[in-house]
Design a binder for this molecule. Structure first.
Ligand code: BT5
Length: 273
């Protein structure tokens, strides 16, 4: 891969209006997983806001040890954070990151990015970004958190495994041209800092408001696979703790902490296309 097509940290930093996020950037041409590198750095005392970026990952990870395809042209990054929140509030960081990615995509490119709880950003129902938040807990507090963000930016669909091609998309595919990754990252870091500050100032309500306006699947009939259970109902909201609220057929409500959402209404529409 020619050097000129790498992400250049000094170009991101030029004009970057943040105090924390992205003031320190470690760039790799290849890494196992940026989350693993960021966790190592954080455990050795890396400053809050340190970002690790790699052009490719050989062991990119999703939740539950799933593989995350990380070919060239994408944005694979992890940020070290030291939030003053309780460990059980950690899922809020994933919601923050999802709002940040979806809003940045909307504002810069005018694409209709939507959030699918808990950690996906979709365009026209196809996944363009996934988020993986990992925390290290010390007693009753979070020692550090690493928020990993994977965005299919300048990736062609044929660089992904065939079985995934029907489920995902990239910014390049949606726009018909490559994006300037440094400009995009500068905007992303500024937005991340803004929403992270709101979280630290205990203004999660404001973040939730944004989340709801981007959570395109709210109101839809969904199936949620949570651990070994399948829950069917209507996705009605996300609550103060970042849990998904599902209204069951009998009218009662279930709150889900972890899981994968399948949007039934949309699946049905697609089948009848
Ligand atoms: C996620 O997991 O969506 C979290 C992905 C986080 C990736 C970032 S990249 C930087 C940092 N370093 C890491 O090692 N990870 C983070 P989950 O919700 O479990 O979704 C995983 C599923 O998404 C896989 O099982 C595939 O079906 C699908 N998938 C894999 N690669 C993909 C890609 N590049 N784009 C869209 N979908 C993908």
């Amino acid at each position: 891969m020619p050097r000129r097509s790498w992400i250049h940290p000094e170009k991101i930093k030029k004009g970057l209006k943040t105090d924390l996020i992205g003031q320190r950037i470690q760039h790799f041409t290849e890494a196992t997983s940026t989350n693993d590198i960021a966790k190592k750095l954080a455990s050795k005392g890396a400053e809050e806001g340190t970002v690790v970026i790699s052009e490719t990952q050989t062991l990119g990870r999703g939740r539950l040890s799933r593989r995350w395809a990380s070919p060239r042209g994408g944005i694979w990054l992890s940020t070290v954070l030291r939030p003053q929140i309780k460990p059980k509030e950690a899922p809020k960081l994933t919601l923050v990151a999802a709002v940040v990615v979806a809003q940045t995509i909307k504002e810069i490119f005018g694409l209709n990015a939507e959030i699918k709880w808990p950690n996906d950003v979709l365009i026209k129902g196809r996944k363009v970004c996934g988020i993986l938040t990992e925390t290290s807990i010390k007693g009753e507090t979070i020692d550090f958190a690493v928020v990993g963000i994977g965005i299919n930016a300048n990736t062609s669909l044929d660089s992904f495994p065939e079985r995934l091609r029907g489920t995902l998309t990239s910014l390049k595919k949606e726009l018909g041209e490559e994006i300037d990754r440094e400009d995009f990252l500068r905007a992303l870091f500024e937005k991340l800092e803004h929403y992270y500050r709101l979280l630290e100032e205990e203004k999660f309500d404001l973040i939730l408001q944004e989340w709801r306006s981007l959570g395109g699947f709210l109101g839809q009939h969904v199936e949620v696979i949570s651990l070994d259970e399948k829950i069917v109902g209507q996705a009605v909201d996300v609550n103060q703790n970042g849990k998904l609220v599902i209204k069951l057929e009998d009218g009662s409500e279930r709150k889900v902490t972890v899981g994968d959402v399948i949007i039934r209404t949309r699946l049905y529409e697609r089948e009848t296309d």
